[in-house]
Design a protein around this ligand. Structure first.
Ligand SMILES: [Zn+2]
Length: 284
């Protein structure tokens, strides 16, 4: 495949400037760092039809060495997110009113399971996942996960979550319009993404960037900036280290298995996972 015919050159998706400098390279693609705002983004990037194709099948036709984004269900994720949601949404669980929650990019349904285990009885917790093998796997386990994109959703929800999906979305601002369209008045949005856009040195990224499966890497200000511009009020922000001793041990195992990981000294990395809870302002 001639990659040149399938890619497009873009300006910074956050600030619109075009003075990005090469920051990291992987799988024949370059991630640039914006000279103005610091956002990291693949440029040139696969064009829209190539991105859509990859999202549906989970296989990147432009990456020729057999890598695929189809992974597997991670059981430990359910308990991990249950703990996070338990503290970040404690007011929601204390109030016994039933809720509706949509997880976008639900994968194998771990987030849906975590939220369902906390939500008051009678709540409706569901997800959407465009990647067929993942959605099918989740449905087989009895989870309410449909195979569609956010712009195809017609119902409204009290909560929408987007867990580690941000980097797959080519343009986040129009995406947030789709989020707003499915939220009730005063509804809430929950987002998790790494802070790669805040890092000066790409060697601080703990794993592969997974270019061009991942297209954009934000920092905290890019995430909160897009949200406030779109009419959300930030309720709370949590930052989690990924370079503690447990992760260090996991990384040693991955390295022994031949995977790429940064074996940094524990508690020295500036990499964080950023979790943001935001509430949609009610327009009078
Ligand atoms: Zn920029």
């Amino acid at each position: 495949m001639n990659v040149d015919l399938e890619t497009e050159i873009i300006d910074c998706p956050y600030c619109g400037r075009s003075d990005g400098v090469p920051w990291a390279e992987e799988n024949g693609f370059t991630a640039e760092k914006c000279g103005e705002c610091g956002l990291v983004y693949v440029n040139p990037r696969p064009n829209q039809s190539l991105i859509q194709q990859a999202v549906k099948t989970g296989v990147h036709s432009d990456v020729d060495h057999g890598r695929t984004a189809v992974t597997r269900r991670v059981v430990s994720k359910v308990a991990y997110y249950k703990k996070i949601f338990s503290s970040m949404f404690d007011d929601v669980w204390r109030d016994t009113t039933t809720i509706t929650w949509l997880d976008v990019g639900a994968g194998y349904g771990e987030i849906v399971e975590a939220v369902a285990s906390l939500a008051p009885t009678g709540s409706e917790i569901e997800g959407i996942e465009p990647m067929h093998p993942k959605a099918e796997h989740a449905r087989a386990r009895g989870l309410n996960i449909s195979e569609k994109y956010l712009h195809e959703v017609r119902e409204k929800f009290d909560f929408v979550s987007l867990i580690n999906v941000y980097s797959h979305i080519p343009d986040f601002r129009p995406f947030l319009k789709d989020v707003q369209a499915v939220l009730v008045d005063g509804g809430e949005f929950f987002l998790e993404s790494g802070n790669i856009g805040d890092l000066i040195d790409s060697r601080e990224v703990p794993t592969e960037l997974d270019l061009p499966d991942h297209l954009v890497f934000a920092g905290e200000k890019h995430l909160t900036g897009c949200l406030t511009d779109a009419g959300f009020t930030i309720v709370s922000v949590k930052k989690l280290r990924k370079d503690g001793l447990v992760n260090f041990a996991k990384n040693i195992i991955k390295k022994l298995m031949g995977r790429y990981v940064m074996l940094a000294i524990p508690y020295t990395s500036n990499y964080r996972s950023i979790l943001i809870r935001a509430k949609l302002d009610v327009v009078p």
